[in-house]
Design a binder for this molecule. Structure first.
Ligand SMILES: Nc1ncnc2c1ncn2[C@@H]1O[C@H](COP(=O)(O)OP(=O)(O)OP(=O)(O)O)[C@@H](O)[C@H]1O
Ligand SMILES: [Mg+2]
Length: 368
């Protein structure tokens, strides 16, 4: 473990009764001062991970370390962690000041110190001057900020945020995403943020853990995960994608929809069955003669910045295209793409094997 590391999960399993485990041998490391996001569909175990970190429950097996010390049995109030809950869990009978001051009063700090700290926390979230407001007089976005002020005022090492923006409208949500990210940078505290919204995860995080069915499917920076999804679940969950089955003929050569294409992937077996992903923004509309794929337009929607066009090829595969060019339903068009646009995924490849394969590419590149 390095100094940078603050939390570590080692083969953590959580099971309720005889049900399928909710978390199944989950391992990851969290470094100090970064913004992490747990991303995954409803029921995949995101809140369970936060509850284990906060100390609201214990794992069935495996180890959780905080600052290098085993903390499986350490109670919540002894951990350097504060949680911002989805419903904010503010005290309706206390005003803004007292909501934020609550934890400090329990610690029996002097009034003067409390006053200073609360004012500072409120000014951090742009709520200076709102001290005496009742909670019911605050808007959704303001309540959200009170909840954050209440977490940061305790100066924890880690703040856990469980879908804190889901109740806000789109505009406020985007603004709060920006503010939260700024706040995290200014404070330098580790944030672990939960969402099932992939755009939110991509916009905010230093690192994302993509979860499904109690397992981490992939972890990495937003760009890593968007550009190099390791399996169909991740490709499908992060952004829109075209996914079809194919065959890896040899290094740099792949076949799908009955044709062969140049690609940039290597290190697989000859004629290995694979799946490929092409992002809709990597497909360009051209004439049928020039296109690598020939499709008939079956639908078109205007999305504000681009058209969302669906074309069907002769085999019946549908190809989603994001383009600033228009097309008409029924048009016969060609779709062009670069070799880099094809992302090849092996069936059932683990994250470790995937990383090993990428490292091997990098070493090959260095040798060249
Ligand atoms: N105390 C409990 N007893 C039994 N099952 C539980 C308990 N807590 C959670 N679960 C189950 O564990 C699974 C994961 O729950 P969790 O709350 O971690 O999901 P989540 O990823 O946060 O989902 P959401 O996005 O809907 O909040 C669910 O199937 C849930 O029903
Ligand atoms: Mg949850």
């Amino acid at each position: 473990m390095t100094d940078q590391q603050i939390i570590q999960f080692k083969n953590v399993t959580k099971q309720f009764g005889d049900d399928q485990p909710v978390l199944n041998e989950v391992s990851f490391e969290i470094e100090r001062g970064k913004f992490y996001t747990l991303l995954g569909p409803s029921g995949c175990g995101k809140t369970t991970i936060l509850r284990l970190i906060a100390g609201f429950m214990e794992p069935t097996s495996g180890e959780i370390y905080f600052d290098g010390k085993l903390c499986n049995h350490i109670p919540a109030n002894k951990r350097q962690v504060n949680t911002v809950f989805q419903d904010y869990a503010l005290f309706p009978h206390l005003n803004v000041f007292e909501n934020v001051a609550f934890g400090l009063r329990i610690k029996k700090l002097k009034n003067k110190v409390i006053e200073e700290k609360v004012r500072q926390a409120l000014s951090f979230v742009n709520l200076g001057g709102y001290e005496h407001r009742e909670i019911k007089e605050m808007s959704g976005g303001q309540r959200q900020r009170v909840a954050i002020a209440r977490a940061i005022v305790n100066e924890p090492e880690v703040i856990l945020l469980d879908e804190p923006l889901s109740a806000l409208d789109l505009k406020l949500r985007t603004q709060m995403q920006y503010e939260l990210r700024q706040l995290q940078r200014r404070l330098g505290i580790t944030f672990i943020f939960v969402t099932h919204d992939q755009e939110e995860a991509l916009a905010m995080s230093d690192e994302i853990f993509v979860l499904n069915k109690g397992k981490i499917q992939q972890s990495g920076t937003p760009i890593d995960i968007y550009d190099e999804p390791i399996n169909r679940f991740v490709a499908d969950f992060i952004g829109e994608s075209n996914i079809v089955k194919g065959t890896m003929i040899e290094d740099f050569r792949v076949a799908f929809v009955g044709q062969q294409f140049e690609c940039v992937d290597q290190g697989m077996n000859k004629n290995e069955p694979i799946e490929i992903v092409i992002r809709p923004e990597d497909l360009a509309i051209t004439s049928q003669e020039k296109g690598k794929l020939k499709v008939t337009v079956v639908s078109q929607l205007f999305r504000g910045v681009h058209y969302e066009i669906i074309g069907q090829d002769a085999a019946g595969n549908e190809w989603l295209v994001h383009s600033t060019k228009k097309a008409q339903v029924g048009d016969q068009i060609g779709l062009d793409f670069e070799p880099e646009a094809i992302h090849v995924m092996r069936f059932g490849e683990s994250e470790e094997d995937f990383d090993r394969r990428l490292e091997a590419y990098a070493e090959d590149d260095e040798r060249e």
